[in-house]
Design a protein around this ligand. Structure first.
Ligand code: NDP
Length: 477
């Protein structure tokens, strides 16, 4: 019997993906650069399903049904190219190579084009949910040709997470579309985490509550519209006490957030596309600031306001205010991320169904949330929606949040509690809804020093003012 799919790269992710496939009744060929990982998998988990271990590239390829489907799950970057170079010569027209690692979508576009020339399908696919997701059901975001999805789709849908009986896997679009969407997913994850972290900091700083008390606030929030994996684990982390010291866990951890780079990729790409993803950018910068140990040490004595906690009615309503501000800011972060997917789709010629993307993020992945039901519905109802903010329920939510959102940001500013995520979300919102922006003045400045020209509100064409002459005449440019 031959295998319907093979997995090469059997570290935690590849191993769990292979086990997930086997547990769903698929025969899986196994391969890894060093043989031991393959042996270990068969030894430890061989009874979970049908595995065909292979100890050479040729053996692996020969173990597969045609068209062959090979999932590469190795360290992203040069190792992925090395593995592709090893297998591509052994494959035949119509075979499918899947890269399920965290590749940059530009690498995926390059690899797809090169392999297409050789008659091979290359599918760059996002897989979210970490090792647990890979084993029990991840959210899967495959790019590549429609044709490759015909054979691969049923397998991936089978092993993906399910929400309301629907698989958290859909064909995203050609070449790099899957990895692009996974990248933006991670960017949104950064923004979401930052907003939650700021909420904690605000509740602590403005109310003087303990982490354990704040854990209860998050638990309550998790029963409402903020119901999500990230809010749920936040409550768990906040409630956790360090066994060695008896202190709250959050107080014994170094306050320097690390990053692997997908948030940075999201922002870099957004800069190239000209999409304002300020929420994601602030989240990446907030991690960078936290990690700037020397800079922070040098700045610690800088003056700030006195931090008298809130009292009376303001204190009483503060947790509810933060909940509303968090929800509104979250809508902004997701709106920005979806705009980036729209812009990427337009730039690279992908026809991405945003409602379908929101749908497959409802389960399996880190940003899974009840909220995504409404996001999915909003795009399904209006595929060309310019921004989530104008869609019915979300518009209503930001309307209801107005006073709270502004008072939370004002409180943060007044008490000197850094809340870049909340502040930038509100500034973005006010920027979008503004009748006139001071960009008109910027255009004037640009024309003054660089003759960059400007357009007028009342006439077609470009114009330049001769700023250096005393009467400053205007002429068409
Ligand atoms: P690692 O990223 O740690 O990669 C280890 C695997 O890569 C091993 O199988 C290793 O083989 C193989 N490898 C490394 N270099 C080469 C090479 N030059 N040639 C052939 N094989 C090589 O494994 P993970 O399981 O953590 O992640 C796999 C992929 O999944 C990565 O791209 C990662 O970014 C992505 N990912 C990871 C998530 C996670 O939570 N860990 C979540 C989502 C995606 P050997 O055993 O011989 O050293």
């Amino acid at each position: 019997k031959k295998a319907s799919i093979g997995v090469t790269g059997l570290a935690v992710m590849g191993r769990n993906l292979a086990r997930n496939l086997a547990r769903h009744g698929h025969t899986v060929a196994l391969h890894n650069r060093s043989e031991q990982r393959t042996r270990d998998l068969v030894e430890q988990f061989g009874d979970e399903g049908d595995f065909i271990p292979a100890y050479s590239a040729q053996e692996f390829v020969d173990a597969l049904e045609r068209p062959r489907q090979i999932v590469i799950m190795v360290k992203a970057g040069a190792p992925t190219d090395a593995v592709i170079d090893e297998f591509a010569p052994l494959l035949e027209k119509g075979d499918v190579i899947v890269d399920a690692g965290n590749a940059h979508f530009a690498d995926t576009r390059r690899r797809e084009a090169a392999l297409r020339e050789r008659g091979l399908h290359f599918v760059g696919t996002g897989v979210s949910g970490g090792e647990e997701g890979a084993l029990h059901g991840p959210s899967i975001m495959p790019g590549g040709s429609k044709e490759s999805y015909e054979s691969l789709g049923p397998l991936f849908e089978d092993i993906s997470a399910k929400v309301d009986g629907e698989p958290c896997c859909t064909h995203i679009g050609p070449d790099g579309a899957g990895h692009f969407v996974k990248m933006v997913h991670n960017g949104i994850e950064y923004a979401d985490m930052q907003l939650i972290a700021e909420s904690f900091d605000l509740l602590r700083g403005a109310l003087g509550h303990s982490p354990a008390q704040i854990a209860d606030v998050f638990r309550t929030w998790n029963t409402g519209r903020l119901d999500s994996y990230l809010i749920e684990i936040t409550a768990e982390v906040l409630a956790h006490t360090d066994a060695a010291t008896g202190k709250p866990f959050v107080d014994i951890v170094t306050d320097q957030a690390e990053q692997k780079g997908t948030g940075r990729w999201t922002v870099q790409t957004a800069l190239d596309l000209g999409v304002p993803v300020s929420g994601i950018a602030e989240a990446v910068f907030a991690r960078s600031l936290s990690g700037s140990a020397d800079l922070r040490a040098a700045s610690r004595g800088l003056p700030g306001p006195s931090r008298a906690p809130l009292t009376g009615a303001a204190a009483e309503s503060f947790a509810d205010d933060v909940e509303r501000a968090l929800y509104a800011s979250k809508i902004v972060a997701y709106a920005q991320g979806f705009n980036q997917i729209q812009a990427g789709g337009a730039e690279f010629g992908w026809d991405i169904d945003l409602g379908a993307v929101a749908k497959i993020w409802r389960g399996g992945c880190i940003i899974r949330a009840k909220f995504l039901d409404d996001v999915s519905a909003a795009f399904a109802a209006e595929p060309g929606l310019p921004t989530l903010l104008t869609s019915g329920d979300f518009r209503k939510a930001v309307e209801d949040a107005q006073d709270s959102w502004r008072s939370v940001v004002a409180t943060a500013v007044r008490l000197g509690i850094p809340a870049p995520g909340f502040s930038t979300a509100l500034a973005y919102y006010d920027g979008l809804r503004a009748e006139r922006l001071p960009a008109a003045l910027v255009q004037g400045q640009r024309d003054f020093f660089g003759a960059h020209t400007y357009r007028r509100v009342d006439r077609e064409g470009s114009f330049h003012t001769a700023w250096a002459t005393s009467d400053r005449p205007e002429s068409p440019a």
